[in-house]
Ligand binder design. Structure first.
Ligand SMILES: Nc1nc2c(c(=O)[nH]1)N[C@@H](CN(C=O)c1ccc(C(=O)N[C@@H](CCC(=O)O)C(=O)O)cc1)CN2
Length: 274
């Protein structure tokens, strides 16, 4: 990506990402800082807009509108979760479609679930996971992928991406009875529940690929995942650590999507000039 950004700079193109964070959720502060650091390292211009916990929905909509109108900005990301006075759906839909770097707008989700061809942004965590699977030559075709967690950010789009890649997908969630009876059948197990060490070694099929999306704190305040890594690693064929696994890949996917949106915006400008 660095080489790509350098080439863009030489061509007079400056990829620019705006991240808006409302409130003081400590985890979100860390995630936003990590995104900013990675962007700077790559040469992507990163603007962080920090707003207080009592920021209103109207104020946030006005801020988004300001950046929707700013042609120098290619991607807008509103960090989730938002304080309770702000409606997430309204905010996501306020981001201009061509700047929806998270792929959260319904049009982009629709494309994902239709397996549409051509480029469109998709949620960064699942996208980063697909990159990781591809890098390690773990082909989802014909594999049984079990998703634990039904969030809009991870579980749902993850299942769609794996289905599009030829996997047989089972969705499980908080209401699933006898969860382990499902997870034990997974060739690829994706866990995104927010419950520390929910998945024990006995719930994993020997040799399975285990992707841990959890960012939890244990009783000592240590960052741990949803999978009991120390025991699960002896059963799994491949497993992601927490930290240092899915988190950095989420940020990588965000940077890739910023560059894709930059390229599309540049193409649109050239077509207008023609
Ligand atoms: N608008 C969005 N909000 C949120 C998203 C998202 O994709 N778009 N995803 C999640 C979490 N997330 C991105 O914001 C995220 C999670 C974790 C990390 C990360 O760097 N993790 C590090 C450890 C960090 C730590 O020390 O706590 C790691 O795993 O090594 C980055 C981004 C929520 N909201």
């Amino acid at each position: 990506m660095k080489a790509e950004v350098d080439a863009m700079h030489e061509a007079g193109i400056e990829p620019k990402l705006v991240v808006i964070i409302v409130g003081n959720d400590p985890a979100s502060q860390i995630y936003v800082r990590n995104k900013h650091r990675k962007a700077i390292k790559l040469g992507i211009t990163s603007i962080i807009e920090r707003r207080p916990q009592d920021f209103t929905q109207a104020e946030l909509l006005a801020l988004i509108d300001q950046y929707n109108r700013d042609d120098s900005v290619h991607g807008i990301l509103v960090q989730l979760p938002l304080p309770k006075q702000i409606d997430e759906t309204t905010i996501i839909r306020a981001i201009a479609i061509e700047k929806d770097v998270d792929g959260f707008r319904p049009e982009n989700i629709g494309k994902l679930f239709n397996n549409s061809q051509g480029y469109y942004p998709v949620s960064c965590t699942p996208k980063g996971i697909m990159t990781m699977l591809s890098h390690y030559e773990i082909d989802p075709r014909g594999q049984h992928a079990v998703i634990v967690g039904d969030s809009n950010i991870v579980g749902r789009p993850m299942g769609a991406l794996l289905l599009n890649a030829g996997a047989t997908v089972t969705y499980t969630h908080i209401l699933t009875k006898d969860l382990a009876s499902f997870t034990r059948t997974a060739d690829i197990l994706i866990v995104a529940t927010g419950v520390a060490h929910l998945i024990k070694a006995a719930a994993i099929k020997p040799g399975a690929t285990v992707i841990d999306v959890g960012m939890d704190r244990d009783e000592n305040g240590k960052l741990v995942g949803d999978v009991d890594y120390d025991h699960a690693k002896d059963v799994a064929g491949a497993i992601t650590p927490v930290p240092g696994g899915v988190g950095p890949m989420t940020i990588t996917a965000l940077m890739q999507q910023t560059l894709e949106l930059t390229k599309l915006a540049t193409q649109r400008t050239l077509e207008t000039v023609k």
